[in-house]
Design a protein around this ligand. Structure first.
Ligand code: IMP
Length: 415
């Protein structure tokens, strides 16, 4: 059965590790939205791999990784990732495929993302050009990977875009203009290098589905960052819910049989925007330290706080999640007390329109001292941890089927 993995918080739930773990024995692993704003981390012994655009299951044997049309794509970052992966898996270049429909992140997107963030009151983006690339896509002026194979068409589109962007750069932001000649040369070269990777992924995947291949769909960011259902406007620019996989890959709804939601055993958020359970004091600081909560794409310190059952329940509804992969539970070791937000004093449910005002109601249970990182059976877990999971299951309405207790691939308790 094909599986979709989605983040149920504000991203950084540990989807990289989860996908790597669940992708064992699968044939295909697809990314369907986002771009190099993602940073999915996978460990192999002492070696750390951070996947930005390439699906994070590709360290598994023979699996094919696909970057779908719903993503935005930065060739420079892609080739860096490929070089890095080649050291580990020599056949990697034959196993990666990219949609010809995928929109390119152009240098002016990155420049404008940075300038906007720095000159106006930004939302705290990753400055990878994501939002500006999606803006052009929906304004129907974007440039797609497939355009690179038709130099005349590409040149026309590029020159029109650069002259528009130069007006914005110079007249609005008083910045230097950019040269289209340099960008043209560079991207024609990228086109040549990308040719062997490029496919029509809808065609490829629909055939794979007919052949009963096993596919794992990998969401990036999290539901609370979804452009429609997240904490708008403090969101990313793509559809992070399960539905994003259908439109981001051109596949029929029946192609996903199981949705596994990923949530961290506490909550984090990077960038600006509402975060009801944020703890700006000692607990937040302790979580950041213990969980090493610094962005894997930008290095920014993450805002931290207790688990919020209401946002996870909200995200589960939007994604069709019934089962939870709970991550980083080991991080809670040594906390005197563990708090869980089980609702709000001023609202029945999580509501993104009033997210700034929500006041959490907490349940508190005693913490645990034991090192749980080596445990692999649910029964071994201390009573306090079992109680914690029971509370999470009760208030989210989800079954915790997997628990991650460390960064290594084998550090998982499966129920
Ligand atoms: P953008 O996606 O770079 O436009 O950033 C929009 C918002 O989404 C910012 O608050 C980012 O910090 C956040 N964001 C984007 N990608 C990720 C991610 O992979 N993990 C966590 N937050 C992210």
């Amino acid at each position: 059965m094909n599986i979709a993995i989605v983040g149920l918080q504000w991203g950084d739930e540990g989807k990289g590790k989860v996908v790597d773990y669940l992708a064992q024995g699968f044939d295909i692993n697809c990314r369907f939205q986002g771009g190099p704003n993602a940073g999915h981390t996978v460990w192999r012994g002492e070696e750390k791999f951070v996947f930005h655009q390439i699906p994070s299951g590709v360290l598994n044997k023979n699996i094919i990784g696909i970057i779908g049309a719903g993503c935005v794509f930065d060739p420079a970052i892609f080739f860096e990732e490929i070089e890095n992966l080649k050291r580990y898996k020599e056949d990697i270049t034959e196993r990666i495929k990219i949609s010809k429909f995928c929109h390119l992140i152009m240098p002016y997107h990155i420049l404008l993302d940075k300038i906007k963030e720095e000159t106006t009151q930004g939302i705290g983006t990753t400055k990878k050009g994501i939002g500006v690339a999606y803006e052009d896509k929906y304004a129907r002026i974007g440039i797609r990977i497939g355009d690179l194979f038709y130099p005349e068409i590409f040149e026309k589109k590029l020159r029109a875009n650069v002259s528009r962007k130069n007006v914005i750069l110079m007249d609005i932001y008083r910045a230097e203009p950019i040269s289209d000649d340099e960008v043209f040369e560079r991207f024609i070269e990228y086109g040549e290098k990308l040719k062997p990777y490029v496919i029509d992924e809808s065609n490829f995947l629909n055939q794979a589905i007919r052949d009963n291949k096993k596919i794992i769909f990998e969401g990036a960011q999290g539901v609370l960052l979804d452009v429609d259902f997240g904490t708008y406007p403090y969101v990313t620019s793509s559809h992070t819910i399960t539905g994003g996989a259908y439109i981001g890959l051109g596949i029929p709804p029946a192609s996903i049989g199981r949705v596994i939601g990923v949530a961290k055993a506490y909550t984090t958020r990077v960038g600006n925007g509402p975060f009801p359970t944020e703890d700006k004091g000692e607990i937040g600081e302790q979580l950041r330290k213990a969980g090493n909560e610094y962005g894997s794409t930008t290095g920014r310190p993450r805002r931290c706080g207790p688990f919020d059952a209401s946002i996870v329940r909200y995200a589960a509804r939007l994604t069709g999640t019934k089962e939870l992969f709970l991550t980083k539970l080991d991080v809670l070791q040594g906390f005197e007390k563990i708090k869980v937000a089980v609702g709000y004093t001023n609202a029945k449910e999580f509501d993104p329109f009033i997210a700034e005002e929500l006041i959490p109601v907490y349940e508190e249970i005693p913490g645990f001292e034991e090192d749980i990182s080596q445990m692999r059976n649910f029964d071994e877990l201390p009573g306090e941890v079992k109680e914690y999971i029971k509370i999470i299951e009760h208030y989210t309405g989800l079954k915790v089927n997997y628990i991650s207790v460390g960064s290594q691939p084998e550090a998982v308790i499966r129920r």
